[in-house]
Every structure is written in structure tokens, then in C-alpha cells.
Write a protein that binds this ligand. Structure first.
Ligand code: CMC
Length: 429
């Protein structure tokens, strides 16, 4: 870490001696004050629930400028990656720090696309779930269960790399079998001659009864969805993976913890919640009811939020939302769904919200999930699988961040402290 010329001085109004704390500089973004010695020197902790002002780690993978609405993977703007790279090259970039050469890219594609099968016994495990189980419940279990089928020593860099490949390669298969099991169709084995996204479409939508031809527009759209969800610095699920992995647990188990965290509607579950919201406005009367719905959102007592809007870090348009809107237009036009009523509704909601003082003052803009649900629905992905697609795509981010942490010789088990406000010591009776 690079020390800044600045030092932070912390002084106290009760006359206790002030202390000086080191300040570190990142490549870009806010400096950080190193408070590691604070407790030792003052007997006090810092208090920051929700991590509003806390950098929990040092990382060189992803950078977000929330005010500008900028997202960089290893320094490259997301717009350039989305237009010039495919998902597997993006995975390579996130895992190894630089875009692959042509040979490296071919080698990496081959490595992933020849590890797509899962241990056959995992299918018996899958059959233990109820057919109507939420796919995220199934995925949390199945990803955790990978640790029972594929051993990985978290302290060995080579084994961590093998685990990364296995996870990226097998996640589409897991998501697809969870879907097929839910709808009662036979599982389709991966076909390694397809692209990563094409293979996923095949496993999701092919049946043994007829030939399945991958639609290149949908294949590209899915690849774009994967790229846009690949990493997002220290979000809730990534921080969960880091914290979980910091105990030295099995990497597959740490990733399962990330899947569980992602499920919530404030995080990866927002795409499902957003589509459900659009469907319920549609049922209420569609575009004509947008004003009424926005009034409900603004009424704090209603408990209703505009799903797909707002972000902890972005206080500007989420750059992923713009790229997702572009994909949305492409997919709907290819499928002849330009007049899709949910898309029209989403556009109207976005227009009204962007002009409304409530949203303007709070800097609430559409996030990636506002349009991703519409694209996924048009592709034919069931609504309850949307978050599973997010988990599939985010796996590379989780594993890259986990491996970055484990490779750092200074990493420690994560152990937050607390402000205790319970009963003081007292005796029974
Ligand atoms: N609709 C209505 N009001 C909102 C919304 C929303 N979607 N988001 C934030 N607000 C209001 C909130 O009520 C609060 O108002 P006030 O200051 O008057 O109390 C203010 O804006 C700040 O909100 P917050 O909840 O303190 O902000 P946060 O940073 O803790 O929450 C968030 C961020 C993403 C959880 C939140 O914006 C939200 O719930 N959005 C809807 C869910 C969603 O779309 N999540 C997906 C995030 S992007 C995908 C991912 O990376 O996971």
C-alpha cells in the first residue's frame, strides 16, 4: 500500500492525547485512514454499520466511481469490455489481471469449456429437493455440495486456480439442471462445441426430442448479461465470500455463502423483484397507473420501493443499466417484441422517476437490474431463475476476490467488533 504524505490526527474533547493515523493512497478513489492501531492506542472501536465509510480490504480488481457512474474491471471501462470482449476473456481479465493474448484466450476457453460436466452423483443429490423449491435454494445447496465432490486446499494457489476453473465451468450446468428439475424435463448434458453462453442456452432450452439451434442474438445478450454482472468490488455477496473464506474454509463453501447473500431483494434478488413489480403494475392497469405507483413509492409508510432503482455506490446512472438497455432493444427487436408492454412500462417508470424530485434529490437512478429482467424474460428464462443467472455470472468475481485475499500474506480472519448495549453483568435469582 502507498503511504500518503498526509496523516490523520484524531483528537478528543476530554483531553485524552490525540493520535496520528497513517493515510494510504489508492490509484484512484478516496484515500483511506488506517485505524488498525486505534483500539490499542485509545481503547475505542469505530462504528460503521452497513460499511458506509469503511474500506474492508485492499483490492486491484474492480473500481467504481459512483458519482461519475463509472465501472472499471482491472482499469478497463465496462463499456469497452462489453463491446470488445466476451465473458470468458472478461473472466481471464478478472482472475489474472490482464486481458489474454489470442493463444491465452483460446487456452482459457478450452479449459473452461472442457470442464462443464458435473459429477453424475450430484444429480441424485439434486433429486432430494422439492420440485417447487426456489432455484436459489437449490443453487445454494448445490454449490456448497461441490465441496463434497471436488476437493480444494484453499492454501494451495494451484488448487485455488483449479477450483476457479471448475466453478466458472460448472455454474451454468448447475443453474440449468436446477431449472430442468423444477420443470420436470430431462437434463441436457453440456455440448462443448458451443460458446459459454450458447452452451447455457442449449442446456436450458434444448430437449432430447428435437434439434436446438442457438440464436446468436440471444447468445450475445446472455454473454453481455454475464459480463455486466461479473464483478462489482466489495458488494454484500463478495464481502460475504471474503469473510467466509477468511476462516480458511473450502472455496466452494465460501462461494455458496455468496450465492446465499446474493438471493436477497436488496442485492441480486432485485431483478426478480423488479420484474414482479412491473407485472403487478401491468395488472393494475399498466402505464396509466405509473403515477399512482410512484406516489406509493414516495410514501414512506407504504414500504414499497422502486425495484431496480438506487444503489449504495452509484449516485448517477449505473453504466451497466445503459448497456443493458442497449441489449434490451436488440433482443426485443430480434424477437419482434418492440411493443412489449413491460418494456414500455419500464421506460415510462424510468422517465417519470428521473424527473421526480424525490428521486432527483436522493440521486436514485436505474441500476443494472432495471432492464436485465426484461431481457431475461424475453430470452425465455423463468423469473425465479433471474438471480441464479446473476450468481452464475458473479462467480468469477467472487473467486477472483477470494483468491486475491488468500494470496495476500497479511490477510487475517475477518472479525468485526460491536457496541454492546445489552444488559450489564447480573446474577440469576
Ligand atoms: N425506491 C424508493 N426509495 C428509495 C429507493 C428505491 N429503490 N432506494 C433508496 N431509496 C430512498 C430511501 O428510502 C432513502 O430515503 P430517505 O433518505 O428519505 O430515508 C434514500 O433513498 C437512501 O436509501 P438507502 O436505503 O439508505 O440507501 P442504501 O444505499 O442503503 O440502499 C439499495 C441501496 C440498492 C439497497 C436501495 O437503493 C434499494 O433498496 N433499491 C431497490 C433494490 C435494488 O434495485 N437493488 C439492486 C441493487 S443493484 C444490483 C446489485 O449490485 O446487487
Amino acid at each position: 500500500m502507498n503511504l500518503s504524505d498526509k496523516k490523520a490526527t484524531l483528537s478528543f474533547s476530554d483531553g485524552s492525547p490525540s493520535i496520528q493515523l497513517p493515510v494510504y493512497k489508492g490509484t484512484i478513489g478516496p484515500d483511506v485512514i488506517d485505524i488498525r492501531k486505534l483500539y490499542g492506542q485509545t481503547g475505542m472501536f469505530t462504528y460503521d454499520p452497513g460499511f458506509m465509510s469503511t474500506a474492508a480490504c485492499e483490492s486491484a480488481i474492480t473500481y467504481i466511481d459512483g458519482d461519475k457512474g463509472e465501472l472499471l474491471y482491472r482499469g478497463y471501462p465496462i463499456e469497452q469490455i462489453a463491446h470488445k470482449c466476451d465473458y470468458l476473456d472478461t473472466c481471464y481479465l478478472l482472475l489474472y489481471g490482464e486481458l489474454p493474448t489470442k493463444e491465452q484466450s483460446q487456452g482459457f476457453h478450452k479449459r473452461i469449456l472442457t470442464h462443464t460436466m458435473i459429477n453424475e452423483q450430484m444429480l441424485s443429490f439434486l433429486r432430494g429437493f422439492r420440485r417447487d423449491a426456489h432455484p436459489m435454494a437449490v443453487l445454494t445447496g448445490m454449490v456448497g455440495a461441490l465441496s463434497a465432490f471436488y476437493h480444494a486446499d484453499i492454501n494451495d494457489a494451484t488448487q485455488r486456480d483449479i477450483a476457479a476453473i471448475q466453478l466458472i465451468a460448472k455454474m451454468p450446468t448447475l443453474v440449468a439442471v436446477a431449472h430442468k428439475y423444477g420443470v420436470g424435463e430431462p437434463y441436457m448434458y453440456p455440448q462443448n462445441n458451443h460458446s459459454y453462453a450458447g452452451n447455457f442456452l442449449h442446456m436450458m432450452f434444448a430437449t432430447p426430442c428435437e434439434d436446438y439451434k442457438v440464436n446468436p442474438v440471444l447468445e450475445r445478450a446472455l454473454d453481455r448479461i454475464f459480463i455486466l454482472h461479473a464483478d462489482h468490488e466489495q458488494n454484500a455477496s463478495t464481502s460475504t465470500v471474503r469473510l467466509c473464506g477468511s476462516s480458511g474454509t473450502n472455496p466452494f463453501a465460501a462461494i455458496a455463502a455468496g450465492v446465499a447473500c446474493l438471493w436477497g431483494p436488496a442485492h441480486g434478488g432485485a431483478n426478480e423483484a423488479c420484474l414482479n413489480m412491473l407485472t403487478s403494475i401491468q395488472k393494475m392497469g399498466g402505464v396509466a397507473k405509473v403515477g399512482e405507483f410512484i406516489d406509493k413509492v414516495k410514501d414512506k409508510n407504504s414500504g414499497v420501493r422502486l425495484m431496480g432503482f438506487g444503489h449504495r455506490v452509484y449516485k448517477n446512472y449505473d453504466p451497466r443499466a445503459k448497456l443493458m438497455q442497449e441489449t434490451c432493444n436488440e433482443v426485443l427487436s430480434d424477437l419482434g417484441l418492440e411493443k412489449d408492454p413491460l418494456f414500455a412500462l419500464a421506460k415510462q417508470l424510468e422517465k417519470i422517476a428521473l424527473e421526480d424530485d424525490y428521486f432527483v434529490q436522493r440521486k436514485l437512478y436505474p441500476n443494472v437490474d432495471f432492464y436485465s429482467g426484461i431481457v431475461q424474460r424475453a430470452i425465455g428464462i423463468p423469473v425465479n431463475l433471474f438471480t441464479g443467472i446473476f450468481a452464475l455470472a458473479r462467480t468469477v468475481g467472487w473467486i477472483a476476490q477470494l483468491n486475491e485475499m488468500l494470496a495476500d500474506p497479511e490477510y487475517k480472519i475477518g472479525r468485526p467488533r460491536q457496541l454492546y448495549t445489552g444488559a450489564p453483568r447480573h446474577n440469576i435469582g
